[in-house]
Design a protein around this ligand. Structure first.
Ligand code: ATP
Ligand code: MG
Length: 282
């Protein structure tokens, strides 16, 4: 099950003629255990790609299969339920908060998908606690909290629908370092505790290095790489992907070039640090 893309292309209507925002994409996402980063320069088609994962966009050509449901759907086939199975958190989701209280905002999704009022409250409270929204905030307006908290409320609104796969479009964009770290810790915990598949768009290669297992690279709407992150960073054509290297790797390369010190490549701070301690017997 999970999500399959079979030679998928998508063109926005009325945009440039014959211009595919994504073209000929084939990929397979497992329903459990994956942590996938989607990267690529601005306008490369990342948001377009992930909006196919919960049927918000339907392919112009090719097919997407989401938990066995083939898309585009046959006439009269209902696909709305897919939005519950695959929860999509938009770029700047806090702009979509609209209810008068935080709890009501988080309850909106479950209510929309036929939970009773009592069930919706229970699901909303559970989701709020996962993202660290305190009970004392339940009755407050979602517009009177900090940007970081608003982001958490928006994420809780998606989690409350209890999706099987979580898709995040630049979830940390615009957050300060602490906000970024806290939010990533939440996603990591969801991924680890519940073995949930997470698909995350990001421009931050340090986040890719620290959290992702698999990376999908888009370039001009085409899938140019799909594989383990280690393979990406050591790819002979890495420069052709127009991506930044993770900072620890940059530092190591710098040490080699400028100081003549050669170390084994490490991508994230944590493993680099333990490796350096080991080499230097500390
Ligand atoms: N609603 C739309 N109508 C017409 N064209 C669009 C629309 N949304 C995106 N596009 C075009 O489709 C292409 C892919 O855009 P998309 O938003 O998927 O890129 P992205 O990789 O998410 O970029 P970013 O990193 O800036 O968020 C771009 O050329 C963009 O201009
Ligand atoms: Mg985008």
């Amino acid at each position: 099950m999970g999500i399959q893309f079979k030679d998928v292309s998508y063109a926005y209507r009325g945009y440039k003629v014959n211009y595919d925002a994504i073209g000929h994409i084939t990929l397979d996402i497992k329903p459990k255990g994956e942590f996938i980063a989607v990267v690529g320069h601005t306008g490369s088609g990342k948001s377009t790609l992930v909006q196919h994962m919960n049927a918000l966009l339907l392919p112009s050509k090719g097919n997407v299969v989401i938990f066995g449901q083939n898309l585009p759907p046959k006439k009269n086939e209902k696909i709305n339920y897919l939005r519950q199975k695959v929860g999509l958190v938009f770029q700047f989701p806090e702009y979509q908060l609209f209810e008068e209280t935080i709890l009501k905002d988080i309850m909106f999704g479950p209510k929309n998908f036929k939970s009773t009022e009592a069930e919706a409250i229970e699901k909303a409270k559970r989701a709020a606690s996962v993202v660290g929204i305190d009970e004392t905030l339940y009755e407050q307006s979602p517009f009177r909290i900090s940007g970081g908290q608003m982001r958490r409320v928006a994420v809780a609104g998606i989690l409350a629908m209890e999706p099987e796969i979580l898709v995040l479009d630049e979830p940390t964009r615009g957050l300060d370092p602490k906000g970024r770290k806290d939010l990533m810790a939440i996603f990591e915990e969801i991924h680890e505790k519940e073995d949930k598949t997470i698909v995350m768009i990001t421009h931050d290669m340090d986040l890719v290095a620290a959290y992702a297992k698999r990376v999908i690279v888009l370039d001009n709407g085409r899938l140019v790489f799909d594989g383990p992150k280690e393979k990406l960073f050591e790819h002979p054509q890495f420069e052709a992907f127009h991506l930044d290297l993770p900072t620890p790797l940059k530092i190591l390369k710098h040490l080699e070039k400028e100081v003549g010190l050669t170390y084994k490549p490490h991508y994230d701070y944590h493993s680099l640090l333990s490796y350096l301690k080991e080499v230097h017997h500390e």
